[in-house]
Design a protein around this ligand. Structure first.
Ligand SMILES: [Zn+2]
Length: 431
């Protein structure tokens, strides 16, 4: 009993110490977030119950309307950014407040999910202290974190003085083409900002919360190989050569042996070869024709390429081109690269921003936040902002199973995320 009392007393001391790190206004911000906890979950449910797979343009717009109403209610200036009809994407929601004080902060969310209209995954299921469903973690939970943080700032009068831009894209999971157009607003807002905070699902790493200050690029390549067709009995012969399939095998093996390095990956995801091949980009399917007694004429390989810095990407591509050019007799090969998301390399400014966020988390009593391994996260919108502004990603709700049938999140993490986000934005936007 006595022992219990001692433990309890020290727990109270720790809690007291955490509170002492927060100013009066900050404590009011925390209280404002907590007061809305139940409504925040209701708001999440309202958003999640609308299917908003990227290609469900109506659904994405509907989630945009729900979100926009919340931003209008706290006095932000909102607009819907239309994309050209040919892009077949819903567009983006932009909200701004320009109080003229403090650092300019950019907040990033997205309205779409990977779950298209025909998905068999249940929209919403509450299971005790967790919820699961379409996009709960990726990233409607994060969107609610943003909204509740802004609402708390509004309730203490701190929002109108700040300079904040919020961008909810409508096509994060399947970005509209061309990227120059679909990501133009994001780039423009990034250029006008001093810090970017993105609210993709948060994670835990060895007992600590983890956020991302570096993310790898995403992009792809297509390898096309040509051989000299002929009777298989002549393969290896000087006049005949090795055929397209041996040459493709040589190239892929050389990639694996000679190009791999930390934080760099490239994965051949599809290979077709034979006397003739056909392939449809639209459906990612193809057909090949060939016979065992004929030397292969055509091979096509499609793969991805992920790197952490532009330099690393250039180095990898150069090495791959050299390997592709060193052809076996009787063959030729070409490789084409396609860049999609630029890399977000780790920077000192990003590290400082994460440090500030970690301090906020400690002050709020949630413990430190460490940097997440960039190799373990896919690509995201913040990477388009990264060339212009330091950023941190993974500040949303804590969940698991993103993009899978088991996507879920811990309900309490919405309140926690909103408290941290509100305090972080508050501190960044102080004059
Ligand atoms: Zn996402």
């Amino acid at each position: 009993m006595k022992r219990f009392a001692v433990v309890l007393a020290s727990a109270l001391l720790v809690a007291g110490a955490a509170q002492a790190q927060l100013s009066d206004v900050e404590q009011r911000i925390v209280a404002a977030v907590k007061q809305r906890s139940a409504q925040a979950v209701d708001l999440l449910e309202k958003m999640v119950r609308v299917n908003s797979g990227t290609l469900n343009v109506e659904g994405v717009r509907e989630v945009g309307h729900i979100t926009r109403a919340e931003l209008d209610a706290i006095g932000m200036t909102t607009r819907w950014e239309e994309m050209p009809a040919s892009m077949q994407r819903a567009g983006h929601l932009v909200a701004t407040v320009d109080g003229g004080k403090g650092q300019r902060v950019l907040l990033l969310g997205h309205l779409d999910t990977v779950f298209e209209k025909n998905s068999s995954v249940a929209l919403w299921e509450r299971r005790g202290d967790r919820v699961r469903g379409q996009g709960v973690g990726d990233m409607k939970g994060g969107n609610v974190v943003i909204l509740e943080a802004l609402r708390a700032l509004h309730s203490v009068g701190a929002l109108r003085e700040a300079r904040i831009a919020v961008l909810f894209t409508g096509d994060e999971e399947r970005t509209g083409a061309p990227l120059e157009r679909s990501r133009a607003t994001l780039v423009e807002l990034a250029k006008q900002s001093d810090a970017a905070l993105s609210f993709e699902a948060s994670t835990r790493l060895g007992g600590n919360y983890a956020a991302s200050i570096a993310r790898r690029s995403s992009g792809g390549w297509t390898l096309s190989v040509r051989g000299r067709p002929g009777h298989s009995a002549g393969v290896f012969a000087p006049g005949q050569g090795y055929g397209a399939i041996y040459e493709a095998a040589r190239i892929l093996n050389a990639f694996r042996e000679q190009v791999a390095e930390p934080n760099l990956t490239f994965n051949p995801g599809l290979v077709m070869g034979g006397t003739s091949i056909s392939y449809s980009d639209e459906t990612a399917t193809g057909a090949a024709f060939g016979k065992t007694n004929v030397i292969a004429r055509d091979v096509m390989v499609r793969g991805d390429l992920r790197f952490l810095s532009p330099e690393q990407g250039e180095r990898a591509k150069q090495r791959m081109r050299e390997i592709v050019a060193a052809n076996l007799p009787g063959t030729t090969a070409t490789i084409e690269f396609r860049d999609s998301y630029p890399p977000m390399p780790p920077t000192e400014a990003g590290q400082r921003l994460l440090g500030a966020y970690s301090r906020v988390s400690v002050d709020a009593g949630f413990g430190p936040v460490v940097a997440f391994d960039p190799g373990m996260r896919g690509a995201g919108d913040i990477q388009f902002a990264a060339p212009y502004v330091p950023g941190v990603d993974g500040l949303g709700a804590l969940g698991s199973g993103s993009h899978t049938d088991d996507e879920d999140l811990e309900v309490a993490s919405i309140e926690r995320g909103a408290i941290r986000a509100a305090l972080m934005i508050y501190r960044l936007t102080r004059p």
